[in-house]
Design a protein around this ligand. Sequence first.
Ligand code: HEM
Length: 130
Amino acid sequence: MEEHEVYPVIGAEGFERLVAAFYRQIPDDDVLGPMYPVQDLQGAEQRLRDFLIYRFGGPPSYIEQRGHPRLRMRHAPFPIGQGARDRWVQLMDRALDEASFPDEVHQLLRAFFAAMATFLINRPGRLLEP
Ligand code: HEM
């Protein structure tokens, strides 16, 4: 399965369910909760959903509204070390389990999120190391 084939299989509804299941866990998360905008979680949910829809073969409304994703730049204000990266991936894995997509889609998305989260690390993992 290729990336652009995901949207035709799970549709906007699938991404909506996935992202809702992810964001439901954010407010109570001790690591990630404080990083996200409490007053605009709906907006954050919409941005991630639209990005994923665009990235996996759906309509490009993310690009129309936000321009080029530049994800590393957009994440620069947030301190993403190994711990935050691992927590993000853990919450997304739970959301994927909850969404129960076909196995191929599940595996493809899981690998994508893990790799992208690693790419977004922007702080040293162990601050005490030289
Ligand atoms: C590695 C751990 C990560 C942390 C701690 C993190 C944290 C955040 C935070 C705090 C925001 C701001 C919320 C908002 O107002 O939009 C954000 C935005 C966003 N994140 Fe992440 N993120 C992580 C990984 C990822 C990954 C793996 C993806 C790719 C699927 C991603 C995609 C996005 C997108 C598309 C936005 C909205 C960008 C925009 O248009 O402004 N993030 N992230």
